[in-house]
Design a binder for this molecule. Structure first.
Ligand SMILES: C=C(O[C@@H]1C=C(C(=O)O)C=C[C@H]1O)C(=O)O
Length: 201
């Protein structure tokens, strides 16, 4: 890596309200801007869909997400990270944070999700308010890029795809007094998915 690309990769990841600002390939754009539940979309593009929960624990939130969830400075949150698998291939690395100030009344189903999709609890609940999507091309050193690559490395037993360009989106959800920030990092295999028609010939 040259000094110039090192400087570029270390440039702070900017979360944008406009997907075109990323210069992402159209194939990624259609996933980044997909409306509704990502779980539902992934299920429509695979025979088998699974949520692999990597962990759900307390952690310190990332510096670029504190303000988004209403925290004055990065602090402890509930953190959930999963791989969304289509036909057992990881398609999305997802990272969700909830401030510790949130109560079980705010997010009654979050703590016991396990390998059930978070989406099924968000999109079915009339009390949940969904914010606007933000988009980013994750710089190489961004923690979520590193964690996604690490999850893939565990999957592929390789050094991990170093030159992987990762596009992500994030969305803030509100319910009662609670906030919850979902960040979805789209892995290259998502581009291989094909819509499965219902009337299979
Ligand atoms: C928000 C959704 O939930 C999905 C499921 C997640 C989980 O189970 O942790 C995380 C991110 C999402 O891609 C959705 O389906 O749109």
């Amino acid at each position: 890596m040259t000094a110039s690309t090192r400087g570029a990769s270390l440039r702070q990841t900017q979360w944008q309200p406009h997907v075109l600002a990323l210069n992402a390939p159209p194939a990624y754009r259609q996933w980044l801007t997909a409306d509704g539940s990502l779980t539902a979309k992934l299920k429509a593009h695979s025979d088998t869909f699974r949520v692999q929960c990597l962990h759900q624990t307390t952690a310190r939130c990332l510096t670029d997400e504190a303000a988004a969830i209403g925290m004055h400075r990065p602090g402890r949150v509930w953190e959930r990270e999963v791989l969304l698998r289509c036909d057992n291939t990881p398609a999305v690395f997802a990272h969700t944070v909830v401030p510790m100030s949130a109560t079980a009344t705010d997010w009654p189903l979050f703590s016991a999700l396990g390998e059930r999709s978070l989406g099924t609890t968000l999109f079915g609940d009339p009390q949940v308010r969904r914010g606007v999507l933000e988009f980013a091309r994750l710089r190489e050193g961004h923690p979520l890029a590193q964690r996604a690559r690490k999850a893939l490395k565990l999957e592929q037993g390789l050094d991990g795809p170093q030159e992987l360009i990762l596009y992500a989106r994030r969305c803030l959800y509100r319910r009662r007094q609670g906030t919850l920030l979902v960040t979805e990092v789209f892995l290259p295999s998502v581009l291989e998915l094909k819509l499965i028609t219902t009337n299979r010939s």
